[in-house]
Design a binder for this molecule. Structure first.
Ligand SMILES: *Cc1c(COP(=O)(O)O)cnc(C)c1O
Length: 451
């Protein structure tokens, strides 16, 4: 079907996520993707784009990856889907074993779902139920401690755990309450030493533990870097300190590695960089290499055991989704993990992370860049209207979108977070394409901010 016909039908029938449809309907240049190959996307007008945000942070090895395509085709010849409620299947079993083997120490059980939001929702429900059933039971432990500007998804539970006001405020009355500590936003990392920054953050968290420790079910957070909140990095040592406090006050640690998992920050899981293992781990995005929607919540044996009992005990975890453990998705994930666990892959990420650091860091000197924040191949460049007076661009100025619109003109697809230009290329991007991405980002920032 022609671009024109598709554009008309899109505007007539579709409601896009995180999109002001009134603007979308007026857009004369919709990007309608018809094909992907390697790290490039092709649209209905035949134009080629570099997939600069990994198809929303999930693509790992590019598109039409022979090994993953093959694995899906092979599985398709057997069966596409059967339920995990009352039965099991081979790809789901093998993937669970694989995940447990590669996960941080202590995580032994895998509970499947279909999206990062669900993986987080499940983690919170598990933690809540855990304290009612562990022995001795601690039913008063029903509060969650979260970090401001955290993002854990868009379902009501995961929104409750999040703290991005722009997305979450309107639903305030619907949400359960959580305790929140300051976001890294409130500590301008370039102006204070890591040591002071860390001390301030830990002091605040410790005060909450002291006051509420006996009522805290879990700390629920993103490790090292808060993605959707604006690529906000935590001080080094923060995660480790939180783990220590959790141990001291007997509080579960839930880590949301939906964005950071599987190599994104330079190690298989971000928490490894602080030598920390959570009690519950959430993964999704990169798990299938960006092919199919599979997510997982991993737990320790301690958490798992609290749910064991006779049928009548009703200690069961009453939760599950129709497509949980889907065979095609799990087969894709297994093929993806084969490629990820190749030593050269993590080595490549290390080299490309250095490239990003080296070439993006100098942008801090740009008159309209207030900060460059990177952890491995995940980062953001924050734009500012007036650096001296610390005046940000207004929401309505859409400066992030303007930068991305310019990048699109020269064949790079990006998606900003407010005034933050997100840097999140597919992990397997070639160095040549990465150079081009860096060049286009910096040129687009120049052009947009000079206007
Ligand atoms: C994207 C994301 C989610 C939500 O995942 P979905 O699959 O979009 O529901 C949760 N947590 C983090 C850290 C994310 O980046």
């Amino acid at each position: 079907m022609s671009y024109q016909e598709l554009a008309v039908k899109d505007k007539k029938y579709i409601w896009h996520p995180f999109t002001q449809q009134q603007e979308w309907e007026k857009d004369e240049d919709l990007t309608i993707i018809t094909k992907g190959k390697g790290t490039y996307l092709y649209d209905a007008k035949g134009k080629r784009y570099l997939d600069g945000v990994s198809s929303l942070w999930c693509n790992v090895h590019g598109h039409q990856v022979p090994a993953i395509d093959q694995a899906i085709k092979k599985q398709l010849k057997k069966i596409a889907h059967s339920t995990m409620l009352g039965s099991s299947n081979e790809p789901a079993i093998l993937l669970a074993e694989r995940l447990v083997k590669m996960a941080p120490k202590g995580l032994k059980r895998v509970f499947y779902s279909d999206s990062g939001s669900e993986a987080n929702e499940i983690a919170a429900k598990m933690a809540f139920q855990f304290w009612k059933q562990t022995s001795p039971a601690r039913p008063k432990k029903n509060l969650f401690l979260t970090v401001r500007e955290g993002y854990h998804g868009d379902t009501i539970g995961s929104v409750s755990l999040g703290g991005v006001d722009l997305f979450h405020q309107i639903f305030g009355d619907l949400l359960f309450e959580t305790l929140k500590v300051k976001s890294p936003l409130d500590y301008p990392s370039r102006k204070v030493s890591n040591e002071k920054w860390l001390k301030d953050c830990v002091r605040e968290a410790e005060a909450v533990f002291r006051k509420y420790g006996s009522r805290l079910a879990a700390v629920h957070m993103e490790p090292l870097i808060e993605g959707a909140g604006g690529m906000l990095i935590h001080p080094w040592g923060y995660l480790k300190a939180i783990r220590r406090l959790c141990d001291k006050y007997d509080v579960l640690l839930i880590l949301d590695e939906v964005a950071t998992g599987f190599g994104r920050t330079g190690t298989m899981f971000a928490c490894e960089q602080e030598g920390v293992s959570p009690d519950i781990l959430c993964v999704a995005k990169n798990l299938t290499g960006g092919y199919l929607p599979v997510a997982a919540t991993l737990t320790t044996e301690r958490v798992y055991k609290a749910f064991l009992g006779s049928f009548e005990s009703t200690r069961t975890f009453y939760h599950g989704h129709t497509f949980t453990g889907n065979q095609l998705g799990c087969a894709a994930a297994l093929a993806n993990l084969d490629l990820i666990e190749d030593k050269a892959f993590l080595k490549g990420i290390e080299e490309k992370s250095q490239m990003l650091q080296e070439f993006l860091e100098p942008l801090v000197a740009h008159p309209h860049v207030s900060d460059v924040r990177l952890r491995g191949m995940m980062g953001g460049i924050e734009l500012i209207r007036d650096k001296k007076k610390n005046v940000p661009y207004g929401y309505g100025e859409k400066m992030g979108y303007q930068v991305c619109a310019l990048a699109k003109q020269v064949g790079v697809l990006l998606r900003p977070l407010g005034n933050v230009i997100v840097v999140m290329p597919p992990l397997a991007i070639s160095k040549k394409d990465l150079s081009y991405l860096i060049e286009v980002i910096s040129m687009s920032i120049d052009q947009a901010t000079e206007r």
